[in-house]
Ligand binder design. Structure first.
Ligand SMILES: Nc1ncnc2c1ncn2[C@@H]1O[C@H](COP(=O)(O)OP(=O)(O)OP(=O)(O)O)[C@@H](O)[C@H]1O
Length: 282
């Protein structure tokens, strides 16, 4: 079954199409990079897939085989489906004044009675779950710290821990490493890759720099002006090919000191078969 199926997705803000008739399918357990220059539509696509925004008439989004939205309206089971999707944004979206523990426990809010969530009445088993999730992402020691005292990379990992507590089957990470230094960025990508590999959680990660896509994701979907211009093995994305796809805008996708050609992927145990390359006409 596909985790995400998007068909003829169009989204227009005012007169300008942010997404222009885009279709894609992502299988359960895949880890896919979404790349594209600024304004190419990555965040809009992520928000629509997460059910946080509506596509236009004629668009359809299915999550785990069930309709999340169609023709600009949410499906009847959208609320339930949203629970299956954990979202991590560039700007961490933690509540700064609350403890890391409480932030992670908010991942349970869709799954427990509203009154308990509102009053912050979490059970011991739930707190144990949050602690376990923080251990998984390597920051258990920060449990009782205020979220605002964490580094950017730690905050991002706390946001990932929250999606683990939520028990979502799909993780959408929208530029999760854009504000981080290279070593924190690697740690966050390692964490996402690990939960993808060990828990089978489908991960879609939007990235500004193709180097991380080559390194962590077998498959990359590249957007330009709201259309898919490449969908295939990340290893095919050499710098020369990126220049072909994006022209001068390719500069923002290439690390200045990165290699010109893709290095071998670092994930020897990746069990997801690479999809066939599809080059859309540009
Ligand atoms: N709420 C909105 N209102 C109006 N226009 C919007 C809105 N959200 C996005 N857009 C426009 O849609 C297009 C795609 O934006 P989007 O944020 O999805 O791109 P992106 O690839 O995520 O860019 P970046 O890498 O800079 O975050 C842009 O032209 C943007 O200005």
């Amino acid at each position: 079954m596909s985790a995400i199926r998007v068909t003829d997705l169009t989204k227009t803000f005012g007169r300008r199409p942010a997404l222009a008739g885009l279709s894609l399918e992502i299988g359960e357990g895949e880890m896919v990079a979404l790349i594209g220059a600024s304004g190419s539509g990555k965040s809009t696509l992520m928000r629509i897939v997460a059910g946080l925004e509506l596509g236009d008439q004629g668009s359809r989004v299915e999550i785990l085989g069930r309709p999340m939205q169609q023709n600009g309206m949410l499906g009847s089971r959208a609320r339930e489906l949203r629970r299956e999707i954990g979202v991590v944004f560039q700007q961490f979206n933690l509540v700064a004044r609350l403890s890391v523990m409480t932030n992670v426990l908010t991942g349970l809010l869709g799954r427990i009675p509203r009154w308990r969530g509102t009053l912050g009445l979490f059970r011991k088993a739930e707190k144990d779950l949050a602690r376990q999730a923080l251990r998984r992402v390597g920051i258990e020691a920060t449990l009782w710290q205020r979220a605002s005292t964490l580094s950017g990379g730690q905050q991002q990992r706390a946001a990932i821990a929250r999606t683990l507590v939520q028990r979502s089957r799909i993780l959408l990470a929208d530029e999760p490493i854009a504000s981080l230094d290279p070593s924190s960025a690697r740690r966050v990508m390692d964490t996402i890759a690990e939960i993808n590999r060990l828990d089978g959680i489908t991960a879609v990660v939007s990235l500004h720099q193709v180097e991380y896509a080559r390194r962590y994701c077998r498959r990359t979907i590249a957007l330009r002006d709201g259309r898919i211009v490449f969908d295939g093995p990340s290893q095919a994305l050499s710098n020369a090919f990126l220049r072909e796809l994006y022209g001068t805008a390719s500069e923002e996708l290439i690390l200045p000191d990165g290699p010109a050609e893709p290095a071998r992927a670092e994930r020897p145990t990746d069990r997801i078969a690479a999809p066939p390359a599809v080059l859309a006409s540009t």
